[in-house]
Design a protein around this ligand. Structure first.
Ligand SMILES: Nc1ncnc2c1ncn2[C@@H]1O[C@H](COP(=O)(O)OP(=O)(O)OP(=O)(O)O)[C@@H](O)[C@H]1O
Length: 328
């Protein structure tokens, strides 16, 4: 081992982000405080894309605001690369690049002007500014539109510019709050590609989303939140694997509990007239399930056989779908 290697602090020593027993209560008039986060504990390892997945109001943005020091927790601790946000918010912010839900760009300025302003504000050395701006514009594919007023950009282009702005200061941890909310399919694909690239080059990405496709496509590891509580963590495949290997969707009357006791069946959930039967994936089990429906519910019809997705996981854990699991 060379001396420099011996001295180097391995990035794996401290998690990129640690939430420890994090709690956030918001005071309300004439009612009890609202608990937006309840005892959230999780670690994000460096160099990975970590997804915080949950429905509207589950506490994702609150976590991001606590991470950036925009909110003070009611309890618990947030650490970024081992630094407690409460001890040194400036050092934490120097490590973070944040893309908030509201992009907060200056619409009357061009992309170039927005980035120059941000670079000056965040102390990017004058000699490096032009190079950094060129690099980040290239990274998000906006070089050709760099001189255009941002007000003329599509929603997806504005998100890409907000990402470019977050990357200007070369942060080691990039935080994206619902990066593709309301973004067209093309820009979404472009953003996904950039997120993957950040992680492949050693950066850490914390991404909040309520799109299970996004979490499935991007996240190396996931935390699923519901009503401010952590309800599951793992890789997307681990989480999907908890439900069995296949889902057999059958349009039918509500199945009676006997179905759950068939050999090879690991669970049955019901939604919108379709029973999703989780099973071990063997052809014999699939046949037995179809025979069961033929016998017990002759009017039933097979919709399809598929792998469980994260929506199924959420449904299994909470009894509701991600999409309608929100505050209302
Ligand atoms: N400043 C605040 N004052 C009072 N309540 C708040 C405040 N900020 C958030 N909340 C509440 O805290 C809960 C969590 O909100 P949060 O914005 O973190 O959820 P979210 O998962 O990010 O939702 P979305 O997907 O809609 O952005 C919600 O019930 C929200 O209404």
């Amino acid at each position: 081992m060379s001396p420099s290697e011996a001295l180097a602090i391995s990035p794996s020593e401290a998690p990129a982000i640690s939430f420890r027993e994090l709690r956030m209560e918001f005071r309300r008039r004439r009612s009890r405080p609202l608990v937006a986060l309840d005892s959230l504990t999780l670690d994000v390892a460096p160099g990975q894309v970590f997804g915080l997945l949950g429905p509207n109001g589950s506490g994702k943005t609150t976590s991001v605001n606590l991470l950036c020091g925009l909110l003070r927790p009611t309890g618990g601790t947030v650490l970024v690369e081992g630094i407690d946000v409460r001890d040194d918010v400036t050092a934490v912010r120097a490590r973070l690049g944040v893309v908030p839900q509201e992009t907060a760009l200056y619409n009357d300025l061009s992309a170039d002007e927005n980035l120059s302003f941000h670079a000056r504000l965040y102390g990017v050395a004058r000699a490096q500014r032009r190079t950094r701006i060129n690099e980040v514009l290239e990274l998000v594919g906006l070089e050709e539109r760099r001189g255009d007023r941002v007000g003329t950009y599509s929603g997806g282009m504005q998100r890409r510019l907000a990402l470019a702005r977050a990357l200007l200061t070369q942060p080691s941890v990039v935080v994206l709050d619902e990066p593709t909310l309301g973004v067209d399919v093309q820009s979404r694909a472009a953003l996904w590609e950039r997120v993957r690239r950040i992680a492949s080059e050693g950066g850490t990405v914390l991404l909040t989303t309520n799109y299970m496709e996004e979490a499935q496509a991007l996240a190396d590891n996931l935390a699923i939140l519901d009503h401010g509580a952590l309800i599951a963590t793992g890789t997307p495949d681990q989480l999907r694997g908890r439900l069995g290997k296949t889902f057999i969707d059958v349009r039918c009357s509500r199945p009676d509990p006997g179905l759950e006791h068939l050999a090879g069946v690991t669970g049955v959930s019901w939604r919108d007239g379709v029973a999703a039967v989780a099973a071990d994936g063997s052809p014999a089990t699939t046949r037995a399930i179809l025979d069961w429906f033929a016998e017990h519910d002759p009017g039933s019809a097979l919709v399809g056989v598929r792998r469980p997705d994260l929506n199924d996981v959420f449904l299994d854990l909470t009894g509701k779908a991600l999409r309608d699991g929100g505050e209302s």
